[in-house]
Design a protein around this ligand. Structure first.
Ligand code: FAD
Ligand code: FES
Length: 363
């Protein structure tokens, strides 16, 4: 009993000490102005010390992917720190390979600026912009899914590739936070950006987006993401997803049929019940115009009777297995929950698609 009491007291003392150190660092330690050298002198910044690298870069309108809004839980905000920056923190190690750690890769949201720092960031991130926009329309797609269309204000145009995403700023009690949403509008639509958002109960970003009305102002950064559509029209494209994973696939499909009307593309979309089905009629109309577009929706939990479902049943990887012939040159894009991605990846590899031609976003 006295042992447990001693441990509790010790923990309490450590907690108080940690709190004192955090408060002392915040209010008593002044790191002054520190320099950040980016990409060997390409940009040189002077920022207030004491803040995180992620916030310092955002303050200078350099936007690093940060899907979790700087909470250290997405692992997206990787940069290379060449000097300064201190040791790698335990909060970073789950997201970094040994090779990355050896070459100085760090999570920008965990690096505190306490001295001059030299960093390297991918060139394309220097082109990510901050956009202001207004809501042009909102459409309720299902019980938990909405399509939201933004008209760009400043800048008036966006250059995005299918598969890329934007980070929308949402208000929260602790200040603005950013959340990642794939761009569902095709890349030839340069004055608007469309998102498909699933509501997460109690979720900051998704609730904010679902409550927006026509004319409301919005701020987002982008585009982010490294997926590049194979430019060879002889390569078939396979899109497999579920839920809000529709967003990048809609962008890919419309972009493909604008550029290559005869290209072969497969859409496999998994839903639980008919209540989760959306865009099916729209895609069937597109398939009438483009006979090499194949639309396959599957219900994992079809109601036993009284429904007139004419699509597939069972998990969507089973449909992919049923329809795809092996040995054809293909690139695949998967978007949905992790178990779906894993099951589909296995099927696609069995069909002969190389792992390097299978891209995915898990959410
Ligand atoms: C690259 C990328 C692209 C994305 N694209 C889209 C998209 O096109 N459409 C879309 O709807 N979402 C997309 N997301 C997910 C999106 O970024 C948010 O994570 C999601 O909307 C939840 O954020 P929130 O602020 O509403 O919830 P938060 O305030 O972050 O979370 C609230 C609570 O819900 C839990 N939670 C968080 N996310 C989920 C979830 N997905 N399911 C269940 N519980 C959750 C949290 O643990 C927390 O307890 C994408 C994510 C990434 C990384
Ligand atoms: S912003 Fe998500 S881990 Fe850094």
């Amino acid at each position: 009993m006295s042992f447990i009491l001693a441990i509790s007291v010790l923990c309490g003392v450590f907690a108080v000490l940690a709190g004192v150190l955090i408060v002392a660092e915040k209010f008593l330690v002044n790191y002054g102005v520190c320099k950040i050298d980016i990409n060997a002198g390409e940009r040189e910044l002077e920022v207030d010390g004491g803040q995180t690298m992620l916030n310092a870069l955002i303050g200078e309108e350099i936007f690093i992917p940060s899907a979790c809004g700087g909470r250290g839980s997405c692992g997206y905000c990787k940069i290379t720190v060449l000097s300064g920056g201190g040791p790698v923190l335990p909060t970073e190690t789950p997201y970094l390979t040994r090779k990355e750690m050896r070459s100085g890769v760090r999570l920008a949201c965990q690096v505190k600026i306490r001295e001059d720092i030299t960093i390297k960031i991918p060139e394309e991130l220097l082109n990510v912009k901050l956009f202001s926009a207004t809501v042009k329309s909102t459409i309720t797609l299902t019980h938990d899914m909405k399509e939201i269309l933004f008209e760009l204000g400043e800048p008036t145009e966006i250059s995005q590739q299918p598969g890329q995403y934007a980070q929308v700023q949402a208000p929260s009690p602790e200040g603005p936070v950013f959340r990642a949403y794939s761009i569902s509008s095709p890349s030839y639509e340069t004055n608007t950006v469309e998102l498909i958002v699933r509501i997460v109960p109690g979720g900051i970003g998704s609730t904010y987006l679902h409550n927006l009305g026509v004319g409301d102002p919005v701020i987002f950064t982008g585009p982010y993401g490294e997926f590049r559509l194979n430019e060879d029209p002889a390569t078939e494209i396979v899109c497999v997803g579920g839920g809000s994973g529709m967003a990048p696939m809609k962008n890919i499909i419309y972009t493909i049929y604008d550029r290559w009307p005869d290209r072969t593309c497969w859409l496999f979309f998994g839903c639980r019940t008919t209540d989760d089905v959306f865009y099916l009629e729209e895609f069937r109309r597109l398939a009438e115009k483009h006979p090499n577009f194949h639309v396959i929706y599957g219900l994992s939990d079809p109601l036993p009777e009284g429904n007139d479902w004419d699509g597939e049943t069972g998990f969507i990887h089973i449909s992919a297995d049923k329809y795809l012939e092996p040995g054809i040159n293909r690139q695949a894009f998967l978007c949905g929950p992790p178990p779906m991605i894993e099951a589909v990846t296995r099927v696609l590899e069995e069909k002969g698609i190389k792992p390097s031609d299978i891209f995915y976003d898990k959410f």
